[in-house]
Design a protein around this ligand. Structure first.
Ligand code: GAP
Length: 470
């Protein structure tokens, strides 16, 4: 494998901000709230506030742009969260989608084995070893109590479909969107007439009953995935596609502003591979709590289409008219998390700097990701003509972009507030504007200001947005 495994520790880029700083900003400014907070919250579920929903939608849009809109070999799909239960038996999730769980004999707290102090870095083989707790002398981190031998805990949430709650009505909440693309392979290929290699992209909710969720929105029980399944000829073509997708997906994060020194690739050891994967490499990000997976690139071979063909009796072969061959395509998957990506962009964009002796907090978000593209601010809210002009300008800009009006503080404070939520441009309407029909456009990162005729503001913002896309 390439990359940073061998790197000197001093080479590791430090995380940008403390986790608490980001969590506090996210709550205070309306990015993310704990779910059901007035009832004390529910573990590992988070709600996106007014700014968070904009940021996450923009992340999903940016992914869709790169994966579907800008390519002619990938099409979209939006499959159901609930699927035929046999899908999850065939996919291997009923049998193998589990984590090792240990329980304390005295306080009865439960832990994921590999997250216990002293068990970090255990190999996948060790994690399956029933004697590992005894062998390593692991104890409960809460009260030092004796821990049970690990048992496998299946991560899928279940429910029942229809009015009868018996085994025959059991359904699973999907733990990945990928299976929707496999079971629709024939439908999508037939209707879109795509020829191999081609991909199916999906964005949607997935659910996992994680044993130890945490680190804010990093690991949740309800989350969103952005996954793409790329169908290719078996063998070498899959290896080549895998090698092409890897830099492509890493570059997507940098394209939207993530510092490349805080991204690295990490290959899964053979005993660490998921049940479906022949090869897997993660794009990792240097979170405040260490290097962690941001996205997985997987060579899934013919595991999925092959298994579904056998179990359903459907012929899921592809006919290649050029070579006149029938074969089960192999799949190269790029599997990202929308929440994890939004979280990453948020952390990586955060910075604190000193401007003329004062602290300024800035979210240097890529303009495409910023919740608001522009804020319109009146210099004097007591002058009704200025307020009217500013409000009219906001309404005009809002036809094309998310634009916000704010007059609840003095101009310096209004600028700081917009800096802190990442708004790339502020437009100020002042007394002179009433006479010369021009306004001041201020740029977030450089804080430079330019006088622009009122009728040119919309064009200027749209041009700068287009330029930021590269
Ligand atoms: N279809 C393959 C698959 O699901 P994965 O590595 O288990 O692969 C893909 O998940 C991505 O989904 C992860 O890289 C992560 O970004 C996101 N993800 C997975 N579990 C998550 C969780 N509990 N909370 C938030 N995001 C999660």
């Amino acid at each position: 494998m390439t990359d940073t495994r061998e790197r000197d520790r001093s080479d590791v880029a430090p995380a940008v901000a403390e986790l608490e700083t980001i969590v506090s900003l996210a709550k205070r400014r309306g990015f993310v709230f704990p779910s059901s907070e007035i009832y004390g919250g529910i573990n590992a579920v988070w709600d996106y506030g007014p700014l968070g929903v904009e940021l996450k939608n923009n992340v999903k849009r940016a992914w869709w742009r790169a994966m579907v809109q800008e390519r002619d070999d990938i099409v979209g799909l939006d499959a159901g969260i609930l699927m035929h239960p046999q899908v999850w038996v065939t996919s291997g999730h009923v049998g193998s989608f589990s984590d090792p769980l240990v329980e304390c004999a005295t306080c009865h707290r439960r832990y994921r084995l590999d997250e216990l102090p002293g068990a970090e870095g255990l190999s996948a083989t060790d994690l399956r070893d029933e004697s590992v707790v005894e062998r390593l002398g692991l104890v409960c981190p809460n009260d030092g109590g004796q821990l049970s031998a690990p048992r496998r805990f299946n991560l899928m949430f279940t429910s029942h479909m229809g009015p009868v709650e018996d085994d025959g009505s059991l359904v699973y909440f999907r733990p990945e969107t990928a299976q929707g693309s496999y079971v629709n392979f024939k439908n999508v290929q037939g209707s879109s007439r795509k020829k191999i290699p081609f991909g199916i992209a999906q964005i949607g909710k997935s659910f996992r009953n994680e044993i130890s969720p945490g680190n804010f929105v990093f690991r949740m029980r309800e989350f969103e995935q952005m996954e793409m399944q790329y169908f290719v000829r078996p063998g070498d073509a899959a290896t080549a596609a895998f090698d092409e997708w890897l830099p492509e997906r890493r570059a997507w994060y940098s394209r939207y502003g993530v510092d490349p020194s805080r991204l690295r690739l990490r290959e899964h050891a053979p005993d660490e591979l998921a049940h479906y994967a022949k090869k897997a490499i993660d794009v990792e990000y240097r979170f405040p709590f260490g290097w962690k997976e941001l996205e997985g690139i997987h060579n899934r071979g013919d595991f999925d289409l092959g298994s579904h063909a056998r179990a359903s009796g459907e012929n899921l072969e592809y006919f290649d008219p050029a070579s006149e061959e029938h074969f089960i395509p192999w799949v190269v998957e790029t599997a990202a998390g929308a929440d994890r990506a939004a979280f990453t962009f948020l952390i990586d964009a955060w910075r604190e700097e000193e401007v003329r002796g004062e602290k300024r907090v800035v979210l240097g978000l890529h303009p495409e990701l910023a919740p608001y593209k522009v804020a319109v601010l009146p210099l004097l809210k007591k002058r009704p003509e200025i307020v009217a002009m500013a409000r009219a300008l906001r309404a005009d800009l809002a036809r094309d972009v998310m634009a916000v009006y704010d007059d609840t503080a003095a101009i310096g404070k209004l600028y700081r507030r917009q800096d802190e939520i990442g708004t790339p441009w502020c437009v100020t309407v002042d007394v002179e504007s009433l006479e010369d029909g021009a306004v001041t456009v201020r740029e977030r990162d450089t804080m430079t200001q330019a006088r622009v005729p009122l009728e040119g503001v919309g064009r200027l913002i749209l041009d700068r947005l287009a330029a930021s896309r590269g």
